[in-house]
Design a protein around this ligand. Structure first.
Ligand code: GTP
Ligand code: MG
Length: 542
């Protein structure tokens, strides 16, 4: 806990300014928005990881004097960025310019005194601010501004969409309203950095990296945080002189397989999170999954986290989606809206099961965009041709090479509007020969299905694998009939109707099952529920 009174803050403000610049405004540069177009995925990741390491998370009492507190904190160093948000309580994210400021702050932080319990003395960067005097509370006239960390409710969104001018504008509006904010992305990197501190107690050089929707530009506010613990680089010393007469190797405990080693490591880290991790609740160790993981809720950030090990191919897949998402504003708006549409209809779910994953769905959007004339996005083979020597990357024997420099990719000359693209997406998949064909984004072509799964989407890197092997025939059928309904609904509107009080365009799509526009909507809704219950039961059995 940090104990603080406004008198101390006043003392700080009256004395010599200890750090030039003092408290920086909360709205610093919105780095991802302004610069990221030119930066590579890895540069952005590295920059955000570094920012996160000089950040602390502080639980604050309501109605406290934020201005005075920020001044007090600047005694320990320049606060480069800060913002407030509410999860269960109010929190402040404080980003110092220098990491040393946290060391300086730690000198005044004390261990809590509890009456009936005993604190586990693991010191992290998750802190609590305690007020020394009640007078440090401020009047209600200057409330702290909190940044929203959750999506707006669907009904509210539908109302907003009705006021847009075209379906195309609706897609952009939906993306703007529901995408991850700068603050939310910072919070995600901070959560990874806090877990990294924990894992570092066992593996001092480890890195915890986010992947999936937190970084692929398709994430919606409230989505889970996928993260992985990178240990592979540890100990791989590249400077091994051939001329040296000796080799020295580490003595290490051995496991029968890499999988078993991963299970043991995640088991121990899961125990640590459960017993000592501040704010880590509901820890589940799902070690028998195809990709063993630890799932937990990180209460201070309000994020549901999945921690895996050495998942470098997954990070590479996220980078691939990132590259595609940055190529053309239509890509992100279309994929984001389709993902949202699928979510509102229960086609996707955060519970593992026979439903389509967001990863597969995004691949379907990309494949569709590759089929346009001229194509809106290049094939993966074309991205590979543009790669330079530094982009070469072989992970676990799979060639994951593709261009990282976005400036090297020529923009498409295709000028189709999103109105057309959304409607044609639904038509395309409403009539796709899923029984015969597989989607291949590496070649940008459909191919004969090599196996009997209902939906076959070739894994972009591990080419013999199907990323949608989990999808069963019933779930695919639901997708197809909802896609047909979507095409039908969109054929009804050419532009903003004169009476926009009734949901139209994308707004109607999000409500399709309840409007009565759609044949058998009700029947499908009950099928949806029974299917999901069945699938859930099956996945529990497994
Ligand atoms: P949400 O978590 O649903 O919001 O979306 P997401 O974009 O994070 O997708 P998801 O959680 O389904 O997948 C996260 C990441 O895991 C993806 O970006 C991929 O990198 C990876 N991934 C997901 N499914 C597969 C799969 O079947 N095979 C492989 N190799 N990687 C996968
Ligand atoms: Mg995810």
């Amino acid at each position: 806990a940090i104990r603080f009174s406004s008198a101390e803050a006043a003392a700080v403000s009256q004395g010599e300014p200890q750090v030039p610049g003092g408290v920086a405004p909360a709205k610093g540069k919105t780095d991802s928005e302004t610069d990221s177009g030119k930066k590579t995925f890895n540069e952005i990741l590295a920059e955000r990881q570094e920012q996160a390491q000089r950040t602390v998370l502080i639980n604050c009492p309501p109605n406290f004097n934020a201005k005075a507190f920020l001044k007090y904190l600047s005694r320990h160093g320049n606060v480069q960025n800060h913002f407030f948000y509410k999860s269960k309580a109010m929190y402040a994210v404080i980003e110092f310019s220098e990491r040393e400021s946290i060391t300086s702050l730690q000198e005044v932080i004390t261990i809590p005194e509890l009456k009936d319990e005993y604190p586990v003395p693991f010191k992290s960067r998750v802190l609590t601010l305690m007020l020394k005097k009640q007078s440090d509370l401020v009047s209600e006239h200057t409330p702290v501004q909190c940044h929203r960390q959750t999506s707006i409710p669907v009904e509210k969104l539908v109302k907003k969409l009705c006021d847009a001018d075209s379906v195309s504008d609706q897609l952009y509006l939906l993306t703007k309203e529901c995408q991850l904010t700068e603050e939310n992305i910072k919070l995600r990197f901070l959560a990874c950095s806090l877990i990294q501190d924990i894992a570092s107690t066992y593996f001092p050089d480890c890195i915890v990296k986010p992947f999936g929707s937190s970084v692929n530009t398709f994430g919606k506010l409230g989505c889970d945080l996928d993260m992985f613990l990178e240990l592979n680089k540890i100990g791989k010393n590249t400077i091994r002189k051939k001329t040296s007469p000796f080799n020295i190797i580490y003595q290490m405990k051995k496991a029968p397989s890499e999988r078993i080693a991963a299970q043991r490591i995640l088991n121990v880290i899961g125990e640590f999170l459960d017993n000592f991790g501040p704010g880590c609740e509901g820890v589940q160790k799902i070690l028998n999954a195809r990709c063993p993981l630890v799932r937990f809720s990180h209460q201070p950030s309000g994020l549901q986290c999945d921690l895996t090990l050495n998942n470098r191919i997954a990070l590479k897949s996220s980078e691939l989606l990132y590259v595609y998402g940055c190529l053309d504003s239509r890509v992100r708006a279309l994929a984001f809206s389709i993902r949202y549409w699928a979510w509102t209809h229960g086609l996707t779910s955060s519970i593992p099961g026979a439903w389509i994953t967001n990863f597969s769905l995004t691949m379907m959007v990309l494949f569709f965009l590759q089929q346009r004339q001229p194509p809106i996005v290049p094939t993966l083979d074309q991205l590979k041709k543009l790669a330079d020597a530094e982009d070469k990357e072989i992970i676990e024997g799979f060639d994951c090479t593709f261009v990282s420099n976005l400036n090297k990719i020529t923009p498409t000359s295709n000028t189709e509007t999103l109105d057309v693209l959304l409607r044609d997406f639904f038509e395309f998949y409403g009539n796709f020969a899923f029984n015969k064909n597989s989607l291949n984004i590496r070649k940008g072509k459909e191919q004969n299905k090599p196996e009997a799964s209902a939906l076959h989407i070739q894994n972009p890197f591990e080419e013999s694998l199907n990323i949608s092997k989990n999808v069963n025939a019933a779930q695919l059928q639901r997708f197809v009939s909802l896609a047909r309904d979507g095409a039908w609904i969109l054929q009804q509107v050419e532009k903003h109707p004169s009476d926009s009080s009734k949901p139209w365009g994308l707004a109607a799509l999000l409500q399709a099952s309840d409007t009565g526009n759609v044949s058998k909507g009700f029947k499908r809704l009950s099928m949806l529920n029974s299917d999901r219950v069945k699938d859930l039961l099956n996945s529990l059995k497994m």
